[in-house]
Design a protein around this ligand. Structure first.
Ligand code: ADP
Ligand code: MG
Length: 598
């Protein structure tokens, strides 16, 4: 029998490799901007069309390439950044695998113009689907100007899987931010369909870049972190606890100027905030680690943002202690001068020694909510659904259980009984019916919102003194995508442009105290339910909105409210389960009771 194994042609091999490196337009932006950074550019401009699907262009003023290098750069495993395996342990550049350009050329149409500073003439290369179409000399300014057009034009199945423009654009913005936030000395700009999304001039310091990306308003909410140990240096800023938000979007770890995701270290940060954060809120953080590249492994996967550290437990403790220290300091120094050089001493740990939990004194009476939130809405602290329910129950017991018991004692006569701010009890034929009030309300709202949306009918609204809401650019893009449906579901929200929105009214059925907070919670919930791919977009939105605007645990309902709630619940299509699939109703049978009294 003839031999059957053969080598794949380069174009096919490149397409397969591209599957790993290029998932969506955001991957192209990441790779091209990283290349521009590695080329020593001081100015990088990104121009997008159709959320990058039809065009991603990156223009830099870096070192440029010779004509031979320009051609070579599209070969697989062609890189100028490492020469031998041992170089892998001392990488300081953003790229090194030599796969990005080859991958792009395999799945898109690429035009590259590049010129070295010392050269008179530059090079223009056109490649489509790994095939060199032309290479010729050209005049162009020093640096590189590369255009990647019609991503996946030759792989319809993958093109089809790209998400809506606003979703892809959101990914692009997130990717862009991650790079811009590490390099304040480089000027970055981002344009989409001829409108400017970011224009970040070069600035001398990180806080100035952070404010360039997230708006000037963020600076007063941050405190500096500065720690130096023999294993790791940590600098950066963390958010004051009272500005913690309900949505993700301002949490960043960078290692040697590279963004990383690290759930374990995230825990080190949030744990340091324990007790001083409102439930379900996440503090902002922008933490920059510097570590000897020998002690980390970034080569796990070309696009993964996870990084492995040699000494994770010690680093966890250093992070945790640094955050506590910064928070403690913030308590004593009310206004922060970003230029203060106050690095703390943390004992140097050796790899094999056990780290002791550093003892850092924190004023036990310090409560950042005391002044700000108490006036506004401190009760909200206890209202959110995610709050530890055990805790809530016990607080109720210690606190006003007496009066509640008394009140409820009277209510039994009317057959509905409110229990622990959480349950509605009612005697039914077969025993005692227990209804989780928050979930019941979620179900009612969910069906209500979906119905409103499908009729796009008018609904009763509570109008407000208009509230304005400023979001970070990524959330803003997501929000704009949700806006038409939200307005169908009973909101009246206008887009003001420039990351700002104005809320004029909200649906009457929704339980909303603070509309701005409710919308932040909605974004948080929406992002969290995004993993559930079975659900359509409208269902996901209705589910998140129901969660964000249902009555919170702890809210004591009166007879009438309870009755209304039950009537509405039993009028629902699926009264037994919350939109998230959790049980709403449970019946404790008479036999179970009798069992207890045996
Ligand atoms: P890597 O960045 O991993 O080396 P790439 O495929 O992204 O691999 O790029 C291949 C090579 O092309 C780089 O090593 C670099 O020498 C060159 N190159 C790519 N982009 C630029 C640029 N914007 N300016 C100068 N050289 C570049
Ligand atoms: Mg690269």
């Amino acid at each position: 029998m003839a031999d059957i194994i053969h080598l794949l042609p380069d174009s096919v091999a490149n397409q397969i490799a591209a599957g790993e490196v290029i998932q969506r337009p955001a991957s192209i932006v990441k790779e091209l901007v990283e290349n521009a950074v590695d080329a020593g550019s001081t100015e990088i401009k990104v121009v997008l069309k159709e959320a990058g699907k039809s065009r991603v262009q990156v223009i830099d003023n870096g070192c440029g390439m010779s004509d031979t290098d320009a051609r070579m750069s599209f070969e697989r495993h062609a890189t100028s950044k490492i020469k031998e395996a041992s170089d892998l342990f001392s990488i300081r550049t953003m790229g090194f695998r030599g796969e990005a350009l080859a991958s792009m050329a395999a799945v898109a149409q690429v035009e590259l113009k590049t010129c070295k500073k010392e050269d008179q003439l530059g090079t223009l290369i056109i490649i489509k689907g790994s095939k060199l179409e032309s290479q010729e000399p050209t005049t162009c300014p020093p640096g590189t100007n590369i255009i990647v057009k019609n991503l996946f034009y030759n792989i319809p199945a993958r093109r089809k899987f790209l998400k809506s423009n606003s979703t892809e654009l959101r990914h692009l913005v997130i990717e862009f931010q991650r790079i811009a936030l590490t390099l304040p000395q480089i000027s970055f700009s981002l344009y989409h369909n001829n409108s400017e999304i970011f224009n970040l001039p070069a600035v001398p310091s990180l806080p100035q870049r952070i404010s360039g990306v997230f708006g000037r308003g963020i600076l007063p909410n941050l405190v500096p972190v500065n720690t130096e140990t023999s294993i790791i240096k940590i600098r950066g800023h963390i958010g004051k606890p009272e500005f913690a938000r309900k949505t993700y979007g301002e949490q960043f770890f960078f290692v040697n100027r590279r963004f990383m995701r690290h759930p374990y270290f995230n825990k080190a940060v949030t744990e340091a905030y324990e007790e001083i954060l409102a439930p379900e809120t996440i503090p902002s953080y922008f933490l920059y680690f510097e570590i000897d590249p020998e002690n980390i492994d970034i080569n796990i996967h070309p696009t993964k943002t996870e990084i492995k550290f040699n000494d994770e437990r010690s680093i966890w403790q250093i992070i945790n202690a640094s955050i506590r220290e910064a928070l403690g300091k913030f308590n004593v120094i009310p206004s922060i001068d970003f230029d203060t050089k106050g690095s703390i001493e943390i004992p140097v740990l050796r790899k094999d020694s056990q780290a002791n939990h550093p003892q850092i004194k924190i004023d036990p009476d310090f409560n950042p909510f005391r002044d700000k939130l108490k006036l506004k809405n401190w009760e909200n602290l206890y209202k959110q659904s995610g709050m530890d329910q055990e805790n809530w129950a016990s607080q109720q017991q210690d606190g006003n259980a007496q009066s509640e018991l008394f009140q409820n004692g009277e209510q039994t006569q009317q057959n509905l009984f409110h229990f622990k701010g959480k349950y509605i009890l009612s005697s039914v034929k077969s025993g005692l019916m227990v209804i989780n009030q928050k979930r019941a309300h979620e179900r009612i709202l969910y069906e209500h919102f979906l119905e409103l949306n499908s009729n796009s009918g008018s609904s009763a609204q509570k109008s407000l003194f208009p509230h304005s809401l400023k979001l970070n650019p990524a959330d803003y893009i997501l929000f704009k995508e949700l806006l038409p449906d939200l307005n169908n579901m009973g909101f009246d929200i206008r887009d003001l442009g420039n990351n700002a929105l104005i809320i004029n009214a909200y649906p009457y059925e929704a339980y909303i105290n603070d509309p701005v907070e409710a919308l932040e919670l909605l974004l948080y919930e929406y992002k969290a339910t995004q993993v559930d791919l079975d659900k359509g977009h409208k269902e996901r939105l209705a589910q998140s909105l129901a969660k964000a605007s249902s009555i919170p645990y702890g809210k004591v309902l009166n007879q009438e409210e309870m009755k209304y709630m039950l009537d509405r619940l039993f009028a629902c299509n699926s009264p037994n389960y919350s939109p998230g699939g959790k049980s709403i109703i449970s019946i404790i049978s008479l036999e179970e009771f009798e069992e207890k009294f045996k």
